[in-house]
Write a protein that binds this ligand. Structure first.
Ligand SMILES: Nc1ncnc2c1ncn2[C@@H]1O[C@H](COP(=O)(O)OP(=O)(O)OP(=O)(O)O)[C@@H](O)[C@H]1O
Ligand SMILES: [Mg+2]
Length: 586
């Protein structure tokens, strides 16, 4: 029943009502027919009585009855007060002229009529094998009481009832048909706005509902359409708001450096940002809505899976760390949190490699710095002890030893200066930045280098005479001098350095190229790290500790610039620096 449409339900109830109506009315039809028949019999019998009552004799009365027989449709019986049958045409026809029983008949309806004036009975005839409806009326004739009885076969009554019923059924069916037709039309007309509203609601996005002409705004449908229009407007703006919010959150999640993976309670992947899927080693496309793989996946995904299960089991945030060796060492911190009971969990994967790298670099730095400081101290101490042990020493040897002590002192001095510079350039105060002409600054460095290494050849090419940059001139000079120093140290004399200064739209590019020994490709990536040297012994012999390029890189980056290196062993090395141009204000 619930599957039926509203319209079908209406028609179903209408049919049901019709059948109940028919069912209740049919017994009433029979009763009504009988009542009509009874009244009509009574009228007819009364009529007959009036016609025979004034007969001069009993015989004449019977004769008058006989005369009337032709005009009546029922059986008629005349009985005297003793209950004797005086006239019955049917009995006469059936049994012959002679059969008139002269014994009193005991007929309940006759007895009732004698008592009350009127009697009625339905039942079997005592003479014919047939059911009759009897109506008997008592009347006075010549100071005696007579009863005139009409008998109608019940089969006739039934036939009449049946034809009444058929007529009624036909009539009510046609009424039902006409009524259904009208109902259908009315329903169609009424439901047109509903259909229109339904059609509109099914569309995506829901358009504005415009009702057909003739339906006023203050009608029920008009009000419904108005309400739905404002509802759809609210839904639209709600959807827009939610979509924007979701997109915003998704954009935030996608832009995170951390991996985010969310699962439902059945450990089916619900969401993963790009970083998360890359870290865990799966493609989001194939896995959304599917179970997180159990085997054959990366160790990180395996650990993440275990943590996601654990946090749901315990209903609290759980954390873990994992270190993996994939060519280089990678560290991950994992934080898993349940979304709510039975609603899954979310895990954040943080790549802590750079953090650990910084920690390790700090440790390495201290170790390297101590080592670099201890080396000259050990040498100086060694020579000092030699001097102590050998009081009578030749002047050449003394010269040699003191020279070595002085060189190592210088080395220590340079090292300490470089270390101080490194910590100093971490925070360059704003006041030290000045607008400087870069070609002039580089020219200054060139003169400084030539004053120490006079045989060095330095060529400078520039596309402008004046190119202004906002820099700490001392630090930028230090950076350039470090690169010149390297070019000299790692080239066979005479050194040739080619410099080009190129101003472009927003920045300036400085290239410093030498024809020295070059750097092997495997070392190129690391030469900017602190204390990194390609050849430790070679650098140490030249008094270097591997801090120069790390100082250069830090200085350039603190000036919002970049530095790249390209090199070929035996051909030479080129450093390419980019610096932003100074703004309008001097
Ligand atoms: N122009 C160059 N040609 C060849 N190799 C170079 C050049 N510049 C740097 N290198 C290599 O890169 C390494 C790192 O250079 P860096 O300037 O940092 O250290 P250093 O020169 O050895 O010591 P320091 O600069 O502290 O005196 C050097 O040891 C050297 O091997
Ligand atoms: Mg150097």
């Amino acid at each position: 029943m619930n599957r039926l449409s509203f319209r079908q339900k209406i028609f179903f109830y209408q049919l049901l009502l019709f059948f109940v109506f028919i069912l209740l009315l049919f017994p009433m039809i029979e009763q009504a027919v009988k009542q009509i028949m009874r009244n009509s019999l009574e009228e007819r019998v009364q009529d007959l009585i009036e016609k025979i009552q004034d007969a001069p004799s009993e015989r004449e009365m019977v004769q008058r009855l006989k005369d009337q027989e032709f005009f009546i449709f029922f059986r008629i019986t005349l009985i005297n007060s003793k209950g004797e049958l005086l006239y019955d045409e049917s009995v006469r026809q059936y049994f012959g002229e002679k059969y008139i029983p002269n014994f009193p008949l005991s007929l309940p309806e006759v007895e009732e009529a004698l008592r009350k004036g009127k009697g009625y009975r339905e039942g079997e005839s005592q003479i014919f094998v047939e059911q009759f409806a009897y109506l008997a009326l008592a009347f006075d004739f010549q100071r005696a009481t007579y009863v005139l009885r009409a008998a109608l076969p019940l089969s006739q009554v039934h036939e009449l009832t049946k034809s009444f019923e058929i007529g009624f059924l036909l009539f009510s069916s046609s009424v039902l048909l006409i009524f259904s037709g009208i109902l259908w039309l009315v329903f169609n007309r009424l439901s047109r706005p509903i259909q229109q509203i339904t059609r509109a609601i099914k569309q995506d996005p829901i358009p504005e509902i415009v009702l057909p002409k003739g339906i006023r705004e203050e009608d029920d449908f008009g009000r419904l359409a108005k309400t739905l229009n404002s509802l759809s407007e609210r839904i639209h703006s709600q959807i827009k708001y939610l979509t924007e919010e979701r997109n915003e959150k998704e954009a935030i999640l996608e832009s995170l450096g951390e991996g985010v993976i969310a699962v439902d309670a059945e450990m089916h992947l619900h969401y993963a940002n790009l970083v998360g899927s890359k870290m865990a080693g799966f493609s989001r496309k194939g896995l959304i809505g599917k179970p997180l793989p159990k085997q054959g996946n990366t160790p990180l995904l395996e650990r993440a899976r275990a943590l996601l299960e654990l946090c749901q089991e315990q209903g609290r945030i759980v954390t873990d760390s994992i270190s993996l060796t994939n060519g280089k060492k990678i560290y991950f911190d994992l934080i898993a949190a349940p979304k709510g009971k039975g609603r899954g969990a979310i895990i954040v994967l943080q790549d802590k490699s750079s953090h650990y790298k910084v920690l390790e670099m700090g440790k390495d730095f201290v170790a390297n710095a101590s080592h670099e400081l201890r080396t000259p101290i050990t040498i100086i101490r060694g020579f000092a002890e030699t001097l102590q042990d050998l009081p009578e020493i030749s002047s050449e040897m003394l010269m040699d030893i003191t020279e070595k002590i002085v060189r190592n002192c210088q080395r220590m001095d340079t090292l300490v200066k470089n270390l101080l510079t490194l910590s100093d350039i971490e925070n360059i105060p704003e006041r030290r930045f000045k607008k400087c002409n870069l070609p002039a600054l580089i020219d200054n460095c060139r003169h400084l280098l030539l004053s120490v290494y006079s045989d060095t050849q330095i060529t400078v090419e520039k596309n402008r005479e004046e190119i202004y940059v906002s820099v700490d001139p001392d630090l930028l000079e230090l950076a350039i001098m470090n690169l010149f120093d390297n070019a000299v140290k790692y080239s066979l004399p005479p050194t040739h350095i080619a410099i080009t200064i190129q101003q472009e739209e927003e920045d300036v590019k400085i290239s410093i190229k030498d024809h020295g020994i070059g750097i092997p490709p495997t070392d190129l990536e690391q030469i900017f790290e602190r204390f990194y040297t390609v050849n430790k012994a070679h650098s140490r012999r030249l008094g270097g500790a591997g801090l120069g390029l790390s100082i250069v890189k830090t200085i350039i980056e603190k000036h919002d610039g970049t530095i790249f290196v390209s090199s070929e062993v035996g051909v030479g090395t080129t450093f390419l620096i980019t610096l932003p141009l100074a703004g309008e204000t001097p």
